[in-house]
Design a protein around this ligand. Sequence first.
Ligand code: CXF
Ligand code: ZN
Length: 378
Amino acid sequence: MATAGKVIKCKAAVAWEPNKPLVIEEIEVAPPQADEVRIKIVATAVCHTDLYHLLENKNVSGFPTVLGHEAAGIVESVGPGVTEFQPGDKVIPLFLSQCRECRFCKSPKTNQCVKAWSRSNPNMMASPDSRFTCKGKKVLQFVGTSTFSEYTVLNQIAVAKIDPSAPLDKVCLLGCGICTGYGAAVNTAKVEPGSTCAVFGLGAVGMAAVMGCKAAGAKRIFAVDINPDKFEKAKVFGATDFVNPKDHNKPISQVLAEMTGGGVDYSLECVGNVEVMRSALESCIQGWGISVIVGWTDFQDLVTRPVQLIAGRTWKGSLFGGFKSKDGVPQMVKAYLDKKVMLDEFITHNMTLDQINDAIELMKHGKCIRTVLSVSPQ
Ligand code: CXF
Ligand code: ZN
């Protein structure tokens, strides 16, 4: 590549300050350093946690930053020591790394990786480091990815190589929401054939959780949302029953208990709201019910009565659907190519990177499932 080893000037959507529209700017992207890979982003989607991190006090890297973590692209060049990737490889950025060396990566019990980005982890480019500058200022990287840009630089532990025949404008969704929801059902809840499930919140993550419950053989899948417009789509992914909490004047856990003879076997919270997390737990059956927290929120306490757990319910959380990222993402790409998982059905809008603020508005108001932004030609 003619650009290898050089600074690339390109377009990116910069978040200069909290709660403000993103600004399309020309930025400079430095060449990859040791163990890093520079990627041309072809397609990226807006995920609800990008909005969350746009809020004051919520952003893990600070400002200015380039948000975006659900994407697919092509390797442009690699830094010293990188042997796994070559220019031209199709890849998906991973907000959760898999170094394959730490005690978590070596355990089959978890997808946590000790080198994953965090506020304080210098292994990954989180605050204060990045390869981006704009107007002479450093622009920070977001959760090790920053995909609202034509080019980005990632550590190789946060990149998955995928099938070269994969359509990047579809498989970009596997970078976050779809793996998160699907895996929460299949890997974390371990939904069993013939079981009953309830999915709370029908955004992309909830829809994918419904799809996961169906794939695992659930016989009844309750789709729960206060926006009944979502029910039709949920049916496409396999939901069999639809519940709008606004139609009932008693707690939704009671409604579900009455409909199922005691509660569901599995419940999945896909909203990121602590009240909903509690209802989801209390909706699963005593004795063996499993409730999984999938929606993202922090800085808030989670409350229930101990007897809920003493009675035999299990409360779990799931990050990225429990998938070890570098292993799981290429498998999910293959599952899509083999028509075992749906992706196209999640895409309600297609736009370009320049229209990112419109895409954010749609997400804010629950008017889309996924908007795919085309960033660069394939
Ligand atoms: C999130 C988890 C928190 C950081 C950004 C990504 N997961 C999905 O959106
Ligand atoms: Zn996400």
